[in-house]
Design a protein around this ligand. Structure first.
Ligand SMILES: [Zn+2]
Length: 247
């Protein structure tokens, strides 16, 4: 991974390049540019791409990058810290949803994802009450989603398929997952705010720990077999973690 600079008019920005291993039986990958919500610019390139090719690809999209970075700077001013009021954005499965708080004095509190919005109806619209309702909703969805992703991914993992690990939720300050000596997979409910490939990455990481209990080269070899693009996915998750872990 390396940090490079691109100049566009009076602006300049830094970007990092992540080289990805080729995928078997797939068309050649192209260079892809992502901008993470925290403003980190990431370029994913096939392993054999040369530096000139990458520079050209970045220059070609420089105008787009500069515009996006300006928008992010503006947004960062607006969103932090969380207030739990209408208009604020909240994340779910990698997408940003606008929160809408409805005052409903007669009905039971309810959280619903509807038409691209996160709707909260409640008799008590205080930030603490809304925060509590949302957190309950996130945890319920985390439980279902994590189990579903594990069921899907465990097919690839012979050593976990035999005795399916249990998923447990644990809210952590700066960690996405871990595994217990008994072989349970422990996941942070905040992870349900991340895209599915990030959730899969954390699950596969922990499943590899059931086999290799440290971060040895053997561990990373296993992980690479299960998810060849894990470095890019990890970078994406790392770059959004500050936003996603923000209550
Ligand atoms: Zn680990």
């Amino acid at each position: 991974m390396s940090q490079l600079k691109c100049r566009y008019g009076d602006d300049e920005f830094h970007y990092k390049v992540i080289y990805l291993p080729p995928r078997e039986k797939q068309r050649r990958r192209k260079i892809a540019i992502h901008i993470h919500p925290n403003g980190v610019v990431q370029v994913d390139a096939p392993e054999d791409t040369d530096a000139t090719e990458i520079r050209q690809a970045v220059n070609k999209r420089a105008r787009w990058v500069v515009k996006h970075l300006a928008e992010i700077r503006q947004r960062q001013h607006e969103v932090l810290p969380r207030q739990y009021i209408s208009g604020e954005s909240h994340f779910y499965l990698g997408r940003r949803y606008m929160l809408k708080v409805h005052h409903a004095p007669q009905s039971a509190p309810e959280v619903k994802l509807q038409r691209g919005r996160l709707n909260v109806s409640t008799p008590d619209t205080s930030p603490d009450a809304v925060k509590g309702l949302l957190w309950k909703w996130y945890k319920a969805h985390a439980k279902i989603t994590f189990q579903r992703r594990l069921d899907l991914r465990v097919e690839q993992v012979p050593w976990a398929r035999k005795s399916l690990p249990r998923v447990r939720l644990l809210t952590m300050k700066r960690q996405w997952g871990s595994c217990s000596p008994k072989g349970d997979i422990i996941l942070n409910p905040h992870l349900v705010k991340a895209p599915r490939d990030c959730i899969d990455y954390v699950i596969l990481h922990e499943l590899c720990h059931l086999r290799e209990h440290n971060h040895s080269p053997k561990f990373y070899r296993l992980l690479g077999l299960l998810m060849p693009e894990w470095q890019s996915v990890k970078a994406k998750l790392d770059n959004t973690s500050e936003l996603l872990l923000n209550h």
